[in-house]
Design a protein around this ligand. Structure first.
Ligand SMILES: NC(=O)c1ccc[n+]([C@@H]2O[C@H](COP(=O)([O-])OP(=O)(O)OC[C@H]3O[C@@H](n4cnc5c(N)ncnc54)[C@H](OP(=O)(O)O)[C@@H]3O)[C@@H](O)[C@H]2O)c1
Length: 338
């Protein structure tokens, strides 16, 4: 495979990126053992094939993921659109601890730490990873806007916010992209955030577009995964939920078979087609993979267009999914939807 993918713009005056990005999280943590050599080769291959949006966060590997991709970003600084995030704090003495911090003083500290780990002087797209409703949104986004003015950040994004929150933030400073979980399985974002994004011209960057691998049929129960795999803690992939949910993915595989495609390509094509369905300016999924073979497979989705009947077959799936996206949903947008 050698042809490059098409491009699109994030937000009304945000960066131009390849229509599919690359999620780098699994290269450092969460989804089983990692191979640094293959991960770095995957980054290079992605860029060769037209992927320009590379997604990390300060929390992935507690900074290790930013350090991993830093040399790659620096080597291709003009082509790479670097996205990272702040707001989730961890503790060295408790691997399960997650705190949400949106304080302006924390935002200023976090960006400097990310810039240092990445070894760059500007971040192209800086997201607030999670919202802390105790801190007024205008204060947090105001602090992010100051980073733009200071030249540390080029564009702003939010993750896991509701439609009203997106509107409120956008009134403080233009938001280029909303990154939230969106897939054939997870469609809560369509409730208020997607309509608001369509109206404001904010791009959608769906995370976990393959349902963390579940939609591809790569595993049917998280019990099959390594002992340290994060997905073993996610309700949708364990116990009775897993058995029921594994049956729900069958139509994805059947469509793939009929089209001579793979389930991953069908899941991603479904997302690419959301642009038109919801009147969005751009939808740029960021499937995560640690391997070149899967990267190439996933980019095949940009050449697959599902027809009306296929879309209709996939439509009822999300309403039948059992179990939450996270064991603790309290910091997700769903928890604040009214
Ligand atoms: N904003 C947020 O709160 C948030 C939350 C989660 C993730 N993210 C971002 O979104 C990115 C993507 O999400 P994600 O990694 O959670 O989930 P995902 O992209 O839905 O799935 C990734 C998983 O699927 C596997 N996979 C990838 N391509 C495959 C294929 N063609 N066939 C079979 N399996 C395949 C990967 O394994 P291999 O590595 O072995 O291919 C990995 O285990 C992350 O990397 C991260 O940057 C953001």
């Amino acid at each position: 495979m050698s042809s490059t993918i098409e491009t699109t713009r994030l937000g009304t005056d945000g960066p131009v990126v390849g229509v599919q990005g690359l999620g780098c999280m699994g290269m450092s943590e969460f989804y089983g053992p990692t191979d640094t050599g293959e991960a770095l080769a995957t980054l290079e291959r992605a860029l060769e094939l037209g992927v320009t949006l590379f997604d990390t966060a300060d929390v992935y590997g507690s900074g290790a993921n930013e350090e991993l991709i830093g040399p790659f970003v620096r080597a291709h600084r003009e082509q790479v659109v670097l996205a990272t995030k702040f707001a989730i704090e961890r503790r060295a003495d408790d691997p399960h601890y997650r705190g949400i911090n949106n304080d302006p003083a924390y935002v200023r500290r976090a960006v400097d730490a990310s810039l240092r780990r990445l070894g760059v002087d500007v971040i192209d797209l800086y997201y607030m990873h999670r919202r802390d409703p105790q801190v007024p949104l205008a204060e947090s986004v105001g602090a992010m806007a100051e980073l733009v003015a200071a030249g540390k950040v080029r564009h702003l994004g939010l993750s896991e916010v509701t439609g009203p929150e997106l509107r409120e933030a956008h009134a403080v400073h233009p938001i280029a992209a909303l990154q939230s979980e969106w897939s054939i399985f997870a469609r809560g974002v369509e409730r208020s955030a997607v309509p608001a994004a369509a109206e404001l011209g904010v791009a959608l960057v769906p995370y976990s577009p393959l349902g963390r691998g579940f939609l591809t049929g790569a595993f049917a129960d998280a019990g099959q995964l390594d002992a340290g795999d994060y997905r073993r803690h996610l309700p949708q992939f364990t116990g009775e939920n897993a058995a029921g949910n594994a049956e729900l993915v069958a139509p994805i595989g059947k469509i793939a078979e009929r089209r001579g495609a793979t389930a991953a390509q069908v899941a991603l094509a479904w997302l690419h087609q959301r642009t038109e369905v919801h009147g969005l300016t751009a939808v740029v999924p960021i499937p995560g993979t640690r391997r070149r073979t899967r990267l190439e497979e996933n980019l095949g989705a940009t050449r697959l267009v599902l027809d009306k009947e296929e879309l209709a077959e996939l439509e009822p799936i999300s309403a039948r999914v059992s179990g939450g996206r996270y064991a603790d949903m309290s910091s997700t947008a769903d928890a604040r939807e009214v």
